[in-house]
Design a protein around this ligand. Structure first.
Ligand SMILES: Nc1ncnc2c1ncn2[C@@H]1O[C@H](COP(=O)(O)OP(=O)(O)O)[C@@H](O)[C@H]1O
Ligand SMILES: Nc1ccn([C@H]2C[C@H](O)[C@@H](COP(=O)(O)OP(=O)(O)O)O2)c(=O)n1
Ligand SMILES: [Mg+2]
Length: 242
């Protein structure tokens, strides 16, 4: 699977990404890691500009409040917010060759192939001057996680998990009112099953690595942010000391 992911990344995906050359060049950069070294084959690594970046994965079920809390983190701590779902939705409207596949996948509540999503995220990591990233809604499966680690050669510094009861998530999604094709009861039921079977193992993985910050996602937006704030404040303090 991994070999297939890397092979497909190297080959034909165009995704309206014009900087193919920079991705190609990146394959020939020296290897790097923001955290512990990953034992990758030299040729499989990409060396993005974000060598010293802080990478935070933001996880949680649909409607758990990831996007809402990311906006507050951006405002308070100056992170750049990369929503995997937003990047995929932009691909749909930009007439990309993958648009209809992405649309069908999202409508069915399934997960888009990792090579597509990772490439979109990489493009954002590589652009601009901000080196503090919130990657929201990713990785949603072990396949997502492994593809990201292998393609970038890096791991997140820490991971937030918004822990929310299913009935609360359903209620929030059904009243989200953003005109999303997946905000309906049939798709939400499928998404919750996919969350349990594919995303919970990723959450367990980071818990075992000691990287997970579990946030109780029930309460007002401000109450929840008061649990989130210390995680980022500690990260800032650490950065000042080192
Ligand atoms: N703490 C909260 N209490 C009630 N509703 C919330 C809360 N946080 C977010 N919402 C609302 O729930 C919906 C889903 O939130 P969102 O941030 O889009 O979640 P996610 O990105 O995890 O799917 C939105 O309409 C949002 O305004
Ligand atoms: N890593 C990801 C993230 C999102 N997707 C697809 C499948 C998801 O159901 C949709 C919507 O994701 P998004 O993060 O915007 O959804 P929520 O904010 O959790 O409601 O996008 C994906 O295939 N892979
Ligand atoms: Mg969201």
């Amino acid at each position: 699977m991994l070999r297939r992911t890397i092979a497909s990344l190297k080959s034909s995906i165009s995704l309206h990404i014009t900087e193919e050359a920079s991705i190609h060049n990146a394959y020939h950069c020296r290897t790097f890691t923001t955290q512990s070294p990953l034992h990758l084959r030299e040729k499989d690594r990409i060396c993005p500009k974000h060598i010293d970046s802080v990478i935070t994965f933001v996880l949680g079920g649909p409607g758990s409040g990831k996007g809402t809390q990311c906006a507050k983190i951006v405002e308070t701590f100056g992170f750049k917010h990369l929503s995997a779902g937003d990047l995929l939705r932009k691909e749909i409207v930009s007439d990309s060759e993958y648009g209809s596949m992405i649309l069908d996948t999202i409508r069915e509540g399934k997960i888009v192939p990792s090579e597509v999503t990772v490439k979109l995220i990489l493009r954002e990591l590589e652009s601009g001057d901000n080196h503090k990233f919130l990657i929201d809604g990713f990785p949603r499966s072990e396949e997502n996680r492994i593809a990201f680690e292998h393609i970038t050669g890096s791991e997140p510094n820490f991971v937030l998990f918004f822990d929310c009861p299913e009935e609360e998530m359903v209620k929030r999604v059904l009243s989200r009112n953003q005109g999303r094709i997946d905000d309906n009861i049939d798709t939400i039921k499928k998404r919750l099953k996919v969350f349990e079977s594919l995303n919970l193992p990723v959450i367990d993985y980071y818990a075992k690595k000691g990287k997970l910050h579990r946030i109780n996602a029930v309460g007002t937006e401000d109450e929840i942010f008061e649990q989130v704030r210390p995680v980022f404040a500690a990260c800032e303090k650490k950065a000042t000391i080192t």
